[in-house]
Design a protein around this ligand. Structure first.
Ligand SMILES: Cc1cc2nc3c(=O)[nH]c(=O)nc-3n(C[C@H](O)[C@H](O)[C@H](O)COP(=O)(O)O)c2cc1C
Length: 200
């Protein structure tokens, strides 16, 4: 029998499965201080960088939104709402603004989907971005933090593109929110494996 180069104990394999299947989206309004330290955030991004990346084109970019820049993000959320609904009430605008302040850590995830060298299909690059996001979330979860991804119309707004200096070919995907959760949701029932796996 071939000797495996990588060996894991049953406990390690079981930990990984439990970690992955127990991750859940916790909406930012439920995320509190403490947020992750700079070292913890760095580890989350190291995990993101370990995502499968065909031809290593690094098709992602992340921009942190520190506390003193949340107001600018709030302005973008408000502007995007008014752009799509000119009749938005002051209360709705205030709710949109408030989304920028709901978790201690916020970063914008950006996909780099324009022409690249070597040429890798945008679809494949999006797979890498998704894997990078998932790696990030799993490490946050392993550290005991709650996390969520939040998107919405604002991701496509001109105001957001300007604030984050998105270049042509770059697309904002979602905000990543991380903080301390004060409660878990009832676990989501994951789709049954037989519903999406078949054999030729
Ligand atoms: C790119 C992306 C954007 C998302 N944006 C939102 C969002 O704006 N609001 C939200 O409630 N959930 C958002 N989600 C989270 C999903 O709703 C969530 O993952 C899904 O409901 C499954 O729940 P779980 O993560 O707890 O298993 C987003 C997920 C992805 C992958």
């Amino acid at each position: 029998m071939m000797q495996a180069v990588d060996t894991r104990t049953d406990d390690e394999a079981s930990f990984a499965l439990t970690l992955i299947t127990s991750r859940q989206t916790l909406l930012p309004k439920r995320l509190f201080e403490p947020g992750p330290s700079a070292a913890q955030v760095s580890d989350m991004f190291r995990a993101a960088a370990a995502a499968p990346d065909h031809m290593v084109v690094v098709p992602w970019r992340f921009v942190l939104v520190p506390a003193d820049k949340r107001g600018a993000l709030a302005d973008v959320f408000a502007q995007a709402l008014v752009e799509r609904d000119a009749t938005a009430t002051p209360e709705q605008i205030s709710q949109a603004r408030e989304k920028a302040f709901r978790s201690p850590f916020v970063a914008l995830a950006i996909a780099r989907l324009g022409p690249c060298e070597p040429d890798v299909e945008p679809l494949e690059r999006m797979v890498s971005v998704g894997a990078a996001l998932q790696n990030f979330l799993l490490v946050a979860h392993s550290m005991g933090f709650g996390s969520s991804l939040t998107s919405g119309q604002a991701m496509r707004s001109a105001a957001l593109r300007k604030l984050f200096k998105l270049t042509e070919g770059e697309q904002a995907i979602c905000c990543i929110n991380v903080g301390t959760a004060n409660r878990r949701k009832p676990g989501r029932v994951h789709p049954d494996v037989s519903a999406f796996v078949s054999s030729l």
